[in-house]
Design a protein around this ligand. Sequence first.
Ligand code: ATP
Ligand code: MN
Length: 539
Amino acid sequence: MADQKAVAARLAPLGFAQAPAQAHLNLTAAELVAYALRRQEGQLTDTGALMADTGQFTGRSPKDRFLVKDAGTADSVWWGDINIPFDPTRFEALHQKMVAYLADKEVFVRDAYAGAHPATQLKLRVVNELAWHNLFCYNMFLRPEAGADTSWTPDFSIICAPGFEADPAVDGTRQKNFAIIDFTRKLILIGGTGYAGEMKKGIFGVLNYLLPHEHNTLAMHCSANVGEAGDTAVFFGLSGTGKTTLSADARRGLIGDDEHGWLPGQGGIFNFEGGCYAKVIDLSREKEPEIWDAIRSGAIVENTRFVPGTHTVDYANKSVTENTRTAYPISFIPNAIEPSVAGVPQNIFFLTADAFGVLPPISKLDKSHAMYHFMSGYTAKVAGTEMGITEPQTTFSACFGQVFLPLHPTRYAEMLGRKMDENPNINVWLVNTGWTGGSYGTGSRMKLGYTRAMITAALSGVLDEVHFKTHPIFGVAVPGAVPGVPAEILDPRNTWADKAAYDRTAADLAEKFVKNFEKYADYASASILAGAPKLSVEV
Ligand code: ATP
Ligand code: MN
């Protein structure tokens, strides 16, 4: 058991008058795995990873995410369906209930950082009801150096108790589960859900507020890597579009797979996190060797199942959820760069999984198209078969992550626009990692090897030498040749057997873009609207 005085001092700023009777402080990964196994929170896989279930919730619950609305946030936060207001008095009451709930529990306390750049780094403290959640925090946040004094007053804290359920009528939540951020108390409360990603995305939300608001620093939902020549690339994209997969590239140093900041001026970029959280559905060593090899002792795998009779993970098994995940420290990727900082990006990729099969697999964007696509934040979801819907559905999420943005999306877009003006040589690419040869149902997903080859070509500069053609509807520049990729797949219309169907589907998608953009009418300057798709064209 940890030194009770040290734990009590750490928990006092988090509202604990005294520490829970059984409190562990800053355990090692091996110790946390041992506790998790002893407490039957999970099992070891045959590669030594800890396999755990998140319970009823196998993803975040955006409708149960709140921000405390008080004098500090009332006028700055973009309130609405995404940033749902929560009453400060009720937050305090819920906080006290959680503290009382944890009083007789075994808890795991951890000190960590968020933000690899000292200029904006947050000192964190996390209190977990589950040992495996504390290991998740060890893997995903930045780890203090061995022997560092971490007896700090934290800049932000998390109390996460999946076993604690709110009473909506009394506590003011929507249902039993909740994730609530209070910028005044500098505290995140999470209860009623065991989805560990709520903790990571909670801190992401905090940084998405503090960085632009207080540090003139852009917060981005993107992955990042850097070439041997020091050239930085960032990859924006919504869930499932390939941020994590494509940032793991044997030839480039990994900066991070999901959350980054971009400092003012020539300050460059930095990772917020100390680990990666990769999807493992249908994972194979052949296609994603870096991620496959990272799933070893110290790593966590969530919501997966074993091949019966073995401890081998069956990555094809979707019986719990399609959102199966692994969480590991970034150092588990062989060419990860630590501290995870890099220079101003030379290349920005917008990843989209266009299940309509309309957008070209790679295209180059001018400033107008870049701003338009950044504000649009398009991807498509493949409809769930259980609902009997075969049509894919469009998702538009500003800045490729509007659910994480406490400020209005235009704040982030304006910052990105300014950065592009300050660095006019940045190339911006739109990469469709989704469908080719038809929409979902007819066509197929773009081969990962081809997407990788297209990105490699863009990064190497060979595309500077090729001829580009303008897409008739979307107006983006489509290269005529990419090394390692069959030329006939570069123009999406070419891959459809039924050309008229392509034209119809493309026109429909263009209309959805335009309709979605209507809500930004106030912001839509002529220069941004020049990046919009055309609604009627002669093909
Ligand atoms: P999240 O924000 O939820 O972490 P993400 O953007 O990091 O999402 P990935 O974890 O990289 O998304 O998921 C991309 C998935 O799509 C992986 O399972 C990958 O194997 C698969 N995939 C299939 N084809 C491609 C392709 N052409 N490009 C990228 N990913 C592909
Ligand atoms: Mn990811």
